[in-house]
Design a protein around this ligand. Structure first.
Ligand SMILES: *[C@@H]1O[C@H](CO)[C@@H](O)[C@H](O)[C@H]1NC(C)=O
Ligand SMILES: *[C@@H]1O[C@H](CO)[C@@H](O)[C@H](O)[C@H]1NC(C)=O
Ligand SMILES: *[C@@H]1O[C@H](CO)[C@@H](O)[C@H](O)[C@H]1NC(C)=O
Ligand SMILES: *[C@@H]1O[C@H](CO)[C@@H](O)[C@H](O)[C@H]1NC(C)=O
Ligand SMILES: *[C@@H]1O[C@H](CO)[C@@H](O)[C@H](O)[C@H]1NC(C)=O
Ligand SMILES: *[C@@H]1O[C@H](CO)[C@@H](O)[C@H](O)[C@H]1NC(C)=O
Ligand SMILES: *[C@@H]1O[C@H](CO)[C@@H](O)[C@H](O)[C@H]1NC(C)=O
Ligand SMILES: *[C@@H]1O[C@H](CO)[C@@H](O)[C@H](O)[C@H]1NC(C)=O
Length: 855
């Protein structure tokens, strides 16, 4: 009896002990290396690394010499442990458990160490995680200040995990360093995986493989910070925008309030609810979707197998065969007819999530180091809706047969190497634009070329977002998550949160210094928002600083809109935001300085140099490109709402840039087609239809742009009350004159006799179409642009014909292939303006670009 009691006591005791043991050893470990530890900005506790450090001769604790403003937190980034010889950490782990290991690197200047010399390897147990790794080169290529690398380590039998850091012996004075290490036990979320391009007999079992996380995206949704992750894994989920290929972005969808996400058999650790509540879909626009693939692309290291995990959750449909679609990875069927994806068939109901893993080997051919994911509706199964959707993506690199996960360092672009020599200078759009200049510059541009420019732009903006990957392209949203808390800015307003990581944050003292304390002699403009000052930053860069009028509530909203818009938009013909200041009750926006001022100043009522006809045409073309990009190039249609000659600015090379996005509206989904708003804008440019119906479409911008075109031609104010009544409004008067064939009489006297008549006709016809009373009759911005390009061609070939050989009146003599093509094109359509009027044409062009080999 006594024995039996004793036995039961032992059982209970044992159970208690082992329970305690489980609790202790599966606690997530966060270690701040080279420091005493403490809480990070998210309130998470980091402990010192001392007790885990085993062999550590030549290990030094140092504090970074400079705190980059994009750092999310002092802990763990501002302190580092530096190793000048091989060193090892030993962490207690639970045997037979998969572990997630995360490394934080901040390659800053550390006293007495030259970060350029830091090359090292890292191993975890038998697995090589990094080799010849340079955190500095990697960060430079990603234009990030810091770097997070995450690995998922297969279970082992050991009670300890040895993590070693070995400085490379191939570089003199080389050293290894690390700022933070996390170690978290995780459920084994890996198992049998379909191998893309092979039959099911070659499926891979990855349950005991080691992986490196390359990308983790909340598709169609917001950034999810580590504190909001599920399963206590502290993962970051980034928005997928920068990885969507070409202009066919689809639509973002979100589950209705009433839809509950039920995990059923799925582990809660697979992804947080927010991943499954949002998705990117094609939109329910019918057969049109059959014409293209929704495509994402990712740059990866060659010669590795990648596990592509696609997260799905249908929160709209109830039954099978409502939405069925094909999924391709690297141009091979992952889930295509007759095995097309039907989420409801997989999960059994609305709101039930699932994920699917696919393995793909990535070769080392030129241009091959990519993972492409493409989706298009299934035709075979004749679903109710021709639509496809994706909720989340994770891409993991699989270790090779030598248990190696290390790739090579990425190559920063030569442009970055130039700007990178000043690590204190934040990355900003200027450099980005110089990349574009090559693609979008030059006079040549048919519609296809515009598409190419957009493509090139999008191509450049890929990268970033993910914690770590080898990419030499510029990120759109840098390293800083848009709503993560930021050291020292925890009480900043939501306006700052909007732009974090995208723009530089200026202190009010920097702004005061730049503008000589807002001295009036530096004022270069005054708007509804407040005054605009010329300023000087970084000891020699001219900027324009817009200071809000603190008393104006409207000003604050417009300020936020502008940050929000401009942070997302980068284009050669849009004015670029360098940064902002939101401190001490002051709100300022800092832009590139536009040396030549506004377009209007060069047209009338000013002593500025007169522009030639060709210059005016080129400015109009530039502005049209900027607007076309707003309407089609970005995620949503963006309507500028205040197109006018004072919002078209000229840089020192007379390149036009559209500015002032304070009134801009993001368009709604395609179905609705317009936004209802209170009428805003500038008189003289205002779309009469918008005024009547209060419904805003991008055609309102087209109307205003038509007025701009006549302003450029006639060089007079759009409203001049001192004139006879019928002439007060330029738009009305120009239409009237055009109808009566007297337009010649009202053009700018400076241009008389200098415009080729065919060019003038083309230009005037375009402007007149823009001013059509009904939005539907107005051309798209892309067509306007095309016609203006054509007008420029007519002018140029006329100029060269008269300047070179006298070919009589053969203005359309085709010395250039370009104009040949355009003339051919124009003879196909009944009218140029109808070309591309069908949105199909536009998408067709984009889908040609979507073909990765069609580059
Ligand atoms: C650091 O090393 C690089 C390359 O070895 C060298 O170009 C650079 O001047 C060094 N920087 C300093 C501050 O010594
Ligand atoms: C970790 O390192 C210690 C000391 O060098 C060694 O005894 C042990 O076997 C290593 N453990 C593993 C799993 O490699
Ligand atoms: C040094 O370079 C050689 C070849 O150049 C390479 O095989 C070796 O792995 C390198 N050593 C380290 C520690 O990177
Ligand atoms: C990939 O493997 C091929 C063949 O083994 C080799 O020639 C190539 O250099 C490797 N590429 C990389 C990036 O390691
Ligand atoms: C979608 O992508 C797949 C794989 O690249 C391709 O075979 C298919 O033709 C594409 N469909 C369309 C409509 O572009
Ligand atoms: C180490 O990385 C540097 C920089 O990316 C590269 O130039 C060098 O060739 C690499 N060395 C080895 C041995 O791979
Ligand atoms: C960056 O700027 C800070 C403060 O302006 C300065 O102390 C530091 O030396 C600079 N770092 C570099 C690498 O230029
Ligand atoms: C995709 O596959 C199809 C058919 O196999 C082929 O015609 C096409 O060229 C491929 N596209 C790419 C980008 O590899």
């Amino acid at each position: 009896m006594k024995n039996r009691q004793h036995f039961w006591l032992s059982v209970v005791w044992f159970a208690l002990i082992s329970e305690a043991f489980v609790l202790v050893s599966s606690q997530p470990l966060a270690v701040a290396c080279g420091s005493k530890g403490g809480k990070d900005e998210d309130g998470r506790n980091w402990e010192s690394d001392e007790k885990y450090l085993k062999s550590s001769h030549g290990s030094i604790q140092l504090q970074a010499g400079y705190q980059d403003p994009s750092l999310l937190s002092i802990i763990p980034y501002m302190n580092a442990r530096i190793f000048t010889s091989p060193a090892m950490y030993q962490f207690p782990i639970k045997p037979k458990k998969r572990y997630l290991a995360r490394f934080h690197f901040y390659p800053a200047a550390y006293p007495n160490f030259n970060i350029s010399n830091s090359y090292f390897s890292v191993t975890a147990g038998e697995v090589t995680l990094m080799n010849n790794f340079s955190a500095q080169i990697t960060c430079q290529a990603l234009t990030q200040a810091y770097l997070v690398r995450e690995y998922s380590l297969a279970h082992s039998d050991s009670k300890f995990l040895n993590i070693t850091f070995t400085p490379s012996t191939n570089y003199t004075n080389s050293f290894a360093f690390v700022n933070g290490i996390e170690l978290i036990a995780m459920p084994n979320l890996f198992g049998m995986t379909t191998t893309v391009g092979y039959d099911s007999s070659s499926d891979l079992d990855i349950s005991s493989e080691n992986l490196q996380m390359m990308f983790r995206l909340n598709v169609g949704g917001q950034y999810i910070p580590p504190s909001k992750d599920s399963g206590g894994l502290f993962r970051s989920w980034y928005n997928d925008d920068p990885y969507v290929f070409a202009a066919a972005m689809g639509v973002n969808t979100e589950a209705d309030e009433g839809v509950r996400i039920r995990y059923k058999k799925l582990s809660h650790s697979s992804a947080p609810v927010d991943v499954y509540r949002t998705a990117r879909a094609m939109g329910r626009i019918g057969h049109f979707n059959l014409k293209f693939n929704l495509t994402w692309w990712f740059q990866v290291d060659a010669n590795f197998t990648y596990i592509v995990r696609l997260h799905f959750c249908d929160f709209e449909d109830d039954s099978v065969n409502q939405r069925v679609f094909n999924v391709y990875i690297n141009n091979q069927s992952a889930q295509a007819d007759p095995y097309a994806a039907d989420i409801i068939a997989w999960t059994g109901g609305k709101g039930i999530p699932t994920y699917k893993d696919y393995a793909i080997f990535v070769n080392d051919g030129p241009g091959d180091e990519m993972v492409w994911i493409q989706m298009t509706p299934s035709t075979e199964s004749k679903p109710q809706y021709y639509d496809s959707q994706l909720n989340g993506v994770e891409i993991f690199k699989l270790n090779d047969e030598n248990k190696n996960l290390a790739g090579s360092n990425p190559q920063p672009s030569s442009m970055l190497l130039e700007t990178g020599s000043k690590p204190n200078k934040s990355f900003h759009s200027k450099s980005n634009n110089s990349v574009l200049a090559g693609a979008a510059g030059g006079a040549a541009a048919s519609f296809v070329l515009i598409a190419l420019a957009v493509y090139a732009y999008i191509k450049r903006k890929r990268a970033g977002g993910a914690d770590s990957h080898a990419s030499s392209w510029l990120p759109l949203h840098g390293s800083s998550p848009s709503n993560g808390s930021k050291y020292g800015k925890s009480n900043s307003s939501d306006a700052s949160a909007l732009a974090q990581g995208l723009s530089r944050h200026f202190s009010i003292s920097e702004i005061r210094q730049a503008t000589q304390n807002f001295i009036d002699s530096n004022v270069i403009g005054v708007g509804g928002f407040g005054k605009v000052y010329k300023g000087l930053i970084d000891g020699g860069t001219n900027v324009a600083i817009k200071r809000s009028n603190p008393s104006s509530e409207q000003g604050i909203n417009e300020f936020k809109t502008e940050i929000e818009m401009l942070s997302k938009l980068r284009h050669k013909h849009l004015v670029s935001l360098i940064g902002f200041c939101d401190e001490g009750g002051e709100m300022c926006l800092v832009y590139d300085y536009m040396a030549l001022g506004t377009f209007r100043e060069h047209l009338y009522n000013n002593k500025k140099a007169q522009l030639s006809w060709k210059q005016r045409l080129e400015i109009c073309i530039g502005a049209a490109r900027g607007l076309h990009y707003l309407h089609t190039g970005a995620k949503y249609t963006i309507i500028h709402r205040d197109v006018k000659t004072t919002n078209i600015l000229l840089d020192e090379k007379c390149v036009a840039k559209v500015s002032d996005f304070g009134l801009s509206k993001t368009g709604p989904d395609m179905k609705q087609g317009h936004v209802s708003t209170v009428v805003k804008g500038s008189f003289g440019y205002l779309d009469p239809e918008y005024f009547r119906r209060q419904q805003l479409t991008e055609k309102s911008d087209v109307y205003s742009f038509g007025v701009v075109l006549f302003e450029a031609l006639c060089a007079r104010p759009v409203l001049n009350p001192s004139l006879p009544k019928e002439q007060v409004s330029l738009a009305d008067w120009a239409l009237h004159c055009h109808k009566n064939g007297t337009l010649e009489d009202i053009i700018d006297p400076h241009l008389k006799g200098k415009i080729n008549p065919e060019c003038l006709n083309k230009f005037a016809d375009t402007a007149v179409k823009c001013l059509s009373d009904q939005g539907l009759d107005r051309p798209h911005m892309g067509d306007v642009l095309w016609n203006l390009e054509f007008a420029l061609q007519l002018q140029e070939s006329a100029d060269s014909a008269s300047g070179w050989i006298d070919q009589g009146s053969s203005t359309s003599s085709d010395s250039s292939v370009r104009s040949q093509r355009q003339v051919n094109n124009s003879s196909q359509g009944s009218s140029d303006l109808e070309l591309n009027e069908e949105p199909n044409n536009q998408i067709d062009i984009f889908s040609q670009l979507v073909d990765p080999k069609g580059r």
